[in-house]
Design a protein around this ligand. Structure first.
Ligand SMILES: *Cc1c(COP(=O)(O)O)cnc(C)c1O
Length: 438
């Protein structure tokens, strides 16, 4: 179920099909795999591997497509945690997106990239007092509160610094988003949101708290959602709650419909923004609400690649060992995620395929990017692109096994530049001290 991974390699898309389904990618006889207008081999030659590459034009086009599907219906707040690089945030700012943040660090990143405070929503189950104070001083658009305990904290912080917090209650609608268990957030057993049955009373209570102005309802039921059915179910519950609240005399002016719009990692179709727009309009269109969504993955996932080189093959070429690893891209290890793998050189992308395991060098069996994947022969030195790594890629990476973080390059049409230097080995221990008593 995770990303609807194909059951066997026979069902998996070929290299040619993966490229054909991605308008930002093309394969050329001499230049090899090209992102927008830049041959990726050129970036790998210049910066070495592993290296991340983000397509600015691709991100811009996806934001424009989403905004156009939602025009006149809902505002877009980009979920910063999917990819928090300042250059990515600047693309979102320039394209007219606000931000959904889940920490003080993300809030400051969004501000630094030029996203106005009054386009920022702050979500998360464990915002600290310091983070709440920061959000209130910045004057952000909305705080999504996830518990009665948090409402009390927000009230205390807001009154202590003389501010009023505009608060939406994040409800847990208890619907199954039909996605991987680790990225499901809208079921009753998940830690997120306020239990539906408690929400109306808590909203009324919030209205009595000093420093709090309840403005609406929020929900976010999970990530990588590919159909509208879970959204429709969650929206129906939220609409019913809003009607109840209004009947109680409460003021409800905003509805935050969450993120989670899925993308196609293999050959499954990605979720349709138009269908989501239809579901939002059907549930809330006649309710006179300010509506918003907070997608992350859909906007940036397809626009990022992780380039790697084959270090060696072993076991009669059954294992292809590459120089990228689970510390760089953890999604396959953590969520059983399926990512397309495409050779950079045209010559490596054709020819008879065999079933190989593409693995990294880390001392964990979960350090595996693909199992029994049909790929053309990839000798040592061949380079590959791991596709759809723009969301929950670099942001989730670590330096496990003392592996420095790769450089990041950004392509925009036929231009490209480095947007993060590769870490040096010395950077790895730069903040460490060895105590005198040793
Ligand atoms: C993670 C998250 C999102 C974004 O999820 P995507 O699947 O990347 O769209 C949106 N809202 C909240 C509250 C989140 O935690």
């Amino acid at each position: 179920m995770a990303n609807l991974a194909p059951l066997s390699s026979a069902d998996e898309p070929t290299v040619a099909a993966l490229i054909a389904a991605r308008p930002h990618l093309s394969m050329h006889a001499f230049d090899g795999l090209v992102l927008e207008g830049v041959p990726l081999a050129h970036i790998a030659d210049t910066l070495g591997t592993p290296v991340w590459v983000y397509g600015a034009g691709t991100m811009r086009a996806r934001l424009a497509a989403l905004k156009s599907a939602l025009a006149g219906i809902a505002e877009v707040h980009y979920a910063v945690k999917a990819n928090d690089h300042l250059a990515v945030l600047k693309i979102m700012a320039q394209g007219g997106a606000g931000a959904d943040v889940v920490s003080g660090g993300e809030l400051l990143r969004a501000r630094k990239a030029g996203i106005a405070a009054d386009h920022i929503v702050f979500s998360g189950v464990g915002k600290t007092r310091d983070e709440l104070a920061l959000a209130l001083r910045e004057g952000i658009f909305q705080i999504n509160a996830e518990s009665g305990e948090e409402l009390a904290m927000i009230s205390a912080v807001a009154t202590s610094i003389g501010r009023t917090a505009r608060v939406a209650l994040r409800i847990n609608p208890d619907v199954d988003a039909g996605t991987h268990a680790k990225i499901t957030t809208g079921k009753a057993e998940n830690k997120f949101g306020i239990q539906y049955a408690d929400a109306a009373a808590l909203y009324a209570h919030a209205a009595t708290l000093p420093g709090i102005e309840p403005v609406g309802i929020a929900l976010h039921i999970g990530s990588q959602i590919l159909t509208t059915a879970p959204y429709r179910a969650a929206f129906a519950r939220a609409a019913e709650l809003i009607r109840t609240l209004r009947a109680m005399g409460q003021t409800v002016t905003r509805m935050d419909c969450g993120g989670g719009i899925g993308i196609g990692y293999a050959d499954e179709p990605g979720a349709s923004p138009a269908a989501l727009a239809g579901a939002i309009r059907a549930a809330f269109g006649a309710m006179d609400l300010q509506l918003m969504v907070e997608p992350g993955r859909w906007l940036v996932g397809p626009a990022g690649l992780l380039l790697a080189s084959v270090v060696l093959t072993k076991g009669d070429e059954r294992f292809v060992v590459i120089d990228a690893a689970m510390n760089d891209l953890i999604r396959p290890a953590m969520y059983d995620a399926w990512h397309g793998i495409v050779p950079l050189a045209a010559g490596n992308a054709v020819g008879a395929t065999t079933l190989v395991d593409v693995v990294g060098p880390i001392c964990e069996s979960s350090d595996t990017f693909a199992k029994a994947r049909a790929l053309p022969r990839l000798p040592a030195g061949a380079r590959v692109a791991i596709l759809d790594a723009g969301a929950y890629g670099a942001v989730m990476s670590s330096t496990y096994n003392a592996r420095p973080q790769p450089a990041i390059a950004m392509v925009d049409g036929d231009r490209w530049t480095v947007i993060r230097q590769r870490q040096t080995l010395e950077d790895l221990w730069a903040g460490e001290t060895v105590p005198d008593f040793l």
